[in-house]
Design a protein around this ligand. Structure first.
Ligand code: GLC
Ligand code: CA
Length: 564
């Protein structure tokens, strides 16, 4: 008989503000040029002062680092680059002491090819581990199907010794796990329990919508040669069954939060992953808003995001999930360019103002804010000159595929990389105006952005008008105003191509948010609701609200409720 478990999950994640840490680039304490766990522990007060109460820790597990830790060779071991188990325990304890929870990255669509399961699987076709992965015979000397890998080339790698191909949706050092095998699910659930038993507070689940592959692994539409996934890999037939099993066996028995990474997800599909009534996950990341600037070469494009499209997408998600699910509010992460460079304006005259505007616009919507390290400083994209400045496997592979293949010139590709490459997010955190931005006493694993002398935490802490201080005020305001957590969402001026404005209403209160996404003065198309009390504004000089100044953001309570 099926047992029913009373879920131990409370809904604290609705009040969470998540600070995402990419440990390799956060703070190095031993001079090896690589950020480490002790560096994070040292900066917990900084995270707390910002107003975040959850840290999402990107992978810190043992890994050969083909994809910077997203290729895990031992799920229970800490990579020596990052420190020891004792360092981890200290970090967790110190975080909890400050009321900060820690959510781990769970990367279980694939392992590293150096994981013991894969070495056993590869060494012996009869090993019980063989079926932990997805092996197929070729088709007349070609791969079993036409799927492409996210990082370029076929998604299949031929294994000479055993005469079969294995599937790798990412690099060939990231073989996909076979979730159809109950033993694999058992292993994953075990390792999740193991971490939860140590006291971690949940998981960000890497490409979790890819774990169920379509029956028979058929050819998909001709693969985008630009590192697109075969759409057949997304939201496979058994994915919800697996997540419910995971929820019943693991998640529902702990007090934790879960967020799934789900590329190309629609709101309807998101509600299947994370609807309140589903018993799967708490929320999922949608990339609808980050992919609006894609062009014919996918993310490698010179396009800017169109404000009309951005407004439509974000409003759509607000409305579709209201009272049925929960949004993730993010502009950037370790796979995205810097928020202010992509969605705002990183020219010195506008950088700080537009960074504040962006935070205001997004983090007052319904959902859980995710702040990627350095975003709270208004850190910008980096001026990578040549591909030798880059470390990211995705950018390096794409460079060779597209430039060596003759699709674009090297200069053009570098422009694309400066605009969209993942390394923009991975340059070291800018702590001080001193050597290497205070990130390391040694040589950093990737170059520091040269603008650290102007943009750094030390300077911003001392300047009450800084992006950092604005973030603190914004998050403080958010914490104390339930309308932000619970209110509905109504957009003003949907047709405006310069202003993003909306109201949130709850319990007789109406909060209004007005943002100018351009570098020019923008008149309001019609008179907004009467101002009761202005609670936030990214200009210190007052001005009547009949137009918005460049990148201006104004937040106020309307005088008469219900009259927006
Ligand atoms: C996710 C991660 C990304 C990684 C990929 C493969 O998209 O965020 O960094 O390369 O999965 O694990
Ligand atoms: Ca270090």
């Amino acid at each position: 008989m099926q047992k029913t478990y009373i879920s131990r999950q409370s809904q604290w994640w609705k009040d969470a503000v998540v600070y995402q840490i990419y440990p390799r680039s956060f703070l190095d304490t031993n001079g090896d040029g690589i950020g480490d766990l002790n560096g994070i522990t040292l900066r917990l007060d900084y995270v707390q002062a910002l107003g975040a109460n959850v840290i999402w820790l990107c992978p810190v597990y043992a890994s050969p680092n083909d994809d910077n830790g997203y290729d895990i060779s031992d799920y229970r071991a800490i990579h020596p680059d990052f420190g020891t188990r004792a360092d981890f325990e200290r970090l967790l304890g110190e975080a909890h002491r400050r009321g900060i929870r820690i959510v781990m990255d769970l990367v279980v669509n694939h392992t590293s090819d150096e994981h013991a399961w894969f070495t056993a699987a590869r060494a012996d076709r009869n090993s019980p581990y063989r079926d932990y992965y997805i092996w197929r015979d070729g088709r007349n000397g070609t791969p079993p199907n036409n799927w492409g890998s996210w990082f370029g080339g076929s998604a299949w790698e031929y294994d000479e010794a055993s005469g079969q191909y294995y599937l790798h949706i990412f690099s060939k050092k990231q073989p996909d796990l076979n979730w159809e095998n109950p033993a694999v699910r058992g292993e994953v659930f075990d390792l999740m329990r193991w971490w939860l038993d140590q006291g971690v507070d949940g998981f960000r689940m890497d490409v979790i919508s890819l774990i169920s592959k379509p029956e028979g692994l058929p050819d998909g539409p001709p693969d985008g040669e630009f590192g697109d996934l075969s759409p057949l890999c997304l939201n496979g037939p058994r994915v919800h069954e697996y997540l419910r099993e995971m929820n019943a066996q693991v998640l529902s028995r702990y007090d934790n939060m879960t967020v799934g990474e789900t590329p190309n997800v629609t709101p309807a599909e998101a509600l299947r992953y994370a609807g309140f009534d589903r018993g799967e996950l708490n929320m999922v990341f949608s990339f609808d808003h980050t992919s609006l600037s894609d062009g014919p070469l996918g993310k490698w494009s010179g396009q800017k995001t169109d404000l009309g499209a951005l407004k439509a997408v974000l409003a759509n998600w607000q409305l579709a999930l209201h009272q049925r699910g929960w949004n993730c509010l993010f502009w950037s992460n370790h796979d995205q360019p810097r928020a202010v460079s992509k969605f705002g304006d990183d020219r010195p005259a506008f950088r700080a103002r537009s960074a504040k505007m962006l935070a205001t616009c997004l983090y007052l919507m319904q959902g859980t804010p995710y702040i990627f390290q350095g975003e709270e400083l208004g850190m910008t994209n980096a001026p990578f000159e040549t591909i030798a400045d880059c470390r990211d496997i995705e950018s390096v592979n794409a460079y060779h595929r597209l430039v060596d293949g003759g699709s674009v010139s090297g200069e053009q590709m570098m422009r694309y990389i400066r605009q969209a490459g993942r390394d923009n997010a991975r340059t070291p955190m800018q702590w001080t105006p001193g050597a290497q931005a205070g990130f390391t006493a040694g040589t950093p694993w990737i170059g520091v952005n040269p603008n650290y002398r102007q943009i750094n935490a030390e300077a911003e802490q001392a300047d009450s008008d800084s992006v950092l201080c604005y973030y603190r005020a914004l998050l403080r305001f958010r914490r104390n105003n339930p309308v932000i957590r619970d209110g509905d969402f109504v957009m003003f001026y949907p047709e405006s191509d310069s202003i993003f404005a909306y109201s949130r209403q709850f319990d007789g209160e109406t909060l209004c948010v007005f943002c100018n996404f351009t570098d020019a003065e923008a008149p309001l198309p019609y008179t907004p609701p009467r101002i009761g009390q202005i609670v936030l504004r990214n200009y210190s000089e007052d001005a009547p609200l009949c137009s918005l100044r460049p990148y201006e953001a104004v937040v106020y309570y309307a005088e008469e409720s219900g009259e927006c």
